[in-house]
Design a protein around this ligand. Structure first.
Ligand SMILES: Nc1ncnc2c1ncn2[C@@H]1O[C@H](COP(=O)(O)OP(=O)(O)O)[C@@H](O)[C@H]1O
Ligand SMILES: [Mg+2]
Length: 252
């Protein structure tokens, strides 16, 4: 379980997160939503200790990740698979080597074990044959999948997806949503999805946390979202071209 307690973060005296508290429960998929620039990625980076809070705490399984040694933090980080917003693969490595990278960096697996694990991960993202391909030979959706294979290579307990569908065409976005849903269930992980894509939220998330003007404005289940009459939340959802209660097709 992850607990964010009264988190404050400013950049150059400009507050980005103000008194943000949040609980991420084991096994759930939580979507962190909000407008572009609302602090979603900043919040996400606090979860893995890439940013330090000005005030407040982040507890991962009860451990305050800003009160431990770098070695201990590294051990905790190993439990996180992260699909970064840019999704960046290493351009100079083929797909196989990209997925093998965390295994070579963090484990002492043999070459044979690495080969097997990489193949397993590529199969999980439904790209069993792309190992030898270089990133520039892959479509946007395929790159995301390979990045996802890399994110799950170390069998994380938590997977963070930062804007997994941004910049993809609707069909590819749907396929990525489906894959995320499938992975979260099959791997029995806790998923944290950062997005402004409501379509993605509704098809993947169990609960939603809405950041607005630096504050955690609303937290609830998808069902509660459908029933909510919070005007700020509704305005956000509406702006995302989704009418509460009736899913509409994802627009291009
Ligand atoms: N390292 C940084 N230094 C200064 N400002 C930052 C930094 N990271 C993020 N910000 C600012 O914090 C705000 C929130 O950014 P971000 O979390 O990336 O938004 P989003 O919700 O789109 O992911 C933005 O105004 C951004 O410019
Ligand atoms: Mg972001």
């Amino acid at each position: 379980m992850i607990r964010v307690e009264h988190l404050y973060k400013s950049f150059d005296e400009r507050p980005v997160l103000v008194d943000v508290s949040l609980e991420i429960r084991d096994g759930e998929t939580l979507a962190i939503i909000g407008r572009s620039g609302s602090g979603k990625s900043v919040l996400m980076k606090h979860l893995i200790g890439l940013l330090k809070p000005d005030r407040g705490r982040v507890l991962v399984d009860g451990v305050d990740i800003n009160a431990i040694s770098y070695e201990e933090l590294r051990r905790i980080r190993r439990q996180f698979g992260v699909l970064f917003q840019s999704g960046a693969l290493f351009d100079s490595m083929n797909a196989f080597e990209n997925v093998a990278f965390p295994l070579r960096t963090f484990t002492s697996l043999s070459e044979e074990e690495i080969r097997r694990r990489v193949q397993e991960c590529l199969e999980l993202v439904q790209l069993p044959d792309v190992g030898p391909k270089m990133p520039d030979e892959l479509s946007g959706g395929m790159k995301k999948r390979v990045a996802l294979a890399r994110a799950i290579a170390l069998e994380p307990r938590y997977i963070i997806y930062d804007e997994p569908t941004t910049g993809l065409d609707p069909e590819t976005a749907n396929a990525i949503d489906e894959l995320i849903r499938d992975l979260n269930h099959r791997l029995n992980v806790t998923g944290i999805m950062v997005t402004h894509d409501m379509h993605s939220v509704l098809s993947v998330a169990d609960r939603v946390a809405f950041l607005y003007q630096g504050r955690m404005h609303w937290v609830g289940t998808i069902e509660e979202l459908h029933r909510s009459d919070d005007p700020t939340l509704l305005a956000f959802v509406k702006a995302s071209e989704y009418q509460i209660g009736q899913p509409i097709p994802r627009s291009a």
